[in-house]
Design a protein around this ligand. Structure first.
Ligand SMILES: [Zn+2]
Length: 289
């Protein structure tokens, strides 16, 4: 109990300091006209085109001004389009500010319904922040020198995930269906599942080649090799947990069994937001749901 209290206090002070600290925004070129912007929250993809700036996700509302001034360093054009990879607040928090500056927001249809539901529960729906163009399975966007494809992947991180591929630039943005080098957060309460999550990584591996630059939702810019390692990690741990379930082991037993994740724990996969116990619990819950 004491240990838990100390852990809680540590976590609280970490959150407070993370909120108070000036967030550093950086932007790195991935091709002639595609960039990755990092700050706090989900990694942002940026595509400079003849219609303005097209961004993938927009982090938190409080960072919008900082993000917009960073974008000014690559273009005087306004943000004309935003695609949300899913509904979580660290990817959609800037929607309202972007929309107020004239951006059109796109997303898979479940993003819109989950955002609405969430806002309604907290008080009132804010229509300006919601995607105005939604799609079911996918979307193609054509620019002078680029063709952008958005694919919906089913029940992965949530039930509204989209992965975005820039065909000519060969850049793939995976939203939170990829946490590079870390155990992922899988939002089971919002329709996420381990099986769908693995399928999303397999789909992305079909799209990517050795030269593809992969933007994960969280973590550093990745290659196809990094994504293969991540996908293998998910499959191995899932198979190990399924084996325990089939052998009749209890939930408590599986959650405590560190050998199930040991190979990847030692590689630091549990050092992020989701530790090794939490990933065993998530996968167990998803497999037995
Ligand atoms: Zn997320």
């Amino acid at each position: 109990m004491k240990k838990l209290l100390i852990l809680g206090a540590l976590l609280f002070s970490f959150i407070v300091s993370a909120q108070n600290k000036e967030v550093k925004i950086s932007i790195d070129p991935l091709s002639e006209n595609i960039y990755m912007l990092t700050g706090q929250g989900g990694n942002i993809g940026v595509f400079k085109n003849e219609k303005g700036l097209f961004i993938i996700d927009d982090q938190f509302a409080r960072l919008s001004n900082q993000i917009l001034s960073k974008l000014k360093t690559i273009s005087d054009q306004p943000v004309s389009m935003v695609i949300n990879t899913h509904y979580h607040g660290d990817h959609t928090g800037g929607n309202e500010n972007m929309a107020n500056k004239g951006a059109t927001i796109f997303a898979q249809k479940n993003v819109r319904s989950r955002m609405k539901k969430n806002q309604k529960e907290k008080g009132a729906i804010n229509p300006v922040s919601l995607p105005v163009i939604t799609f079911n399975e996918g979307l193609q966007l054509y620019f002078n020198n680029e063709n952008v494809k958005a694919f919906h992947v089913h029940n992965a991180h949530t039930d509204g995930d989209a992965i975005i591929y820039f065909v000519n630039g060969n850049v793939l943005h995976m939203g939170d269906t990829f946490f590079n080098g870390r155990y992922p957060y899988i939002d089971l309460k919002s329709g996420g599942s381990i099986k769908g999550y693995i399928k999303a990584s397999e789909k992305a591996l079909l799209i990517a080649n050795d030269d593809t630059k992969i933007i994960p939702g969280h973590g550093k810019l990745a290659t196809k090799k990094d994504l293969e390692t991540f996908s293998r990690m998910l499959k191995e741990i899932t198979a190990a947990i399924q084996k325990e379930i089939d052998a009749g082991k209890s939930e408590g037993n599986i959650i405590k069994n560190t050998t199930l994740t040991a190979t990847y724990d030692t590689k630091g996969y549990g050092d992020g937001f989701i530790n090794s116990e939490r990933i065993r619990k998530t996968i167990y819950s998803s497999l037995t749901q």
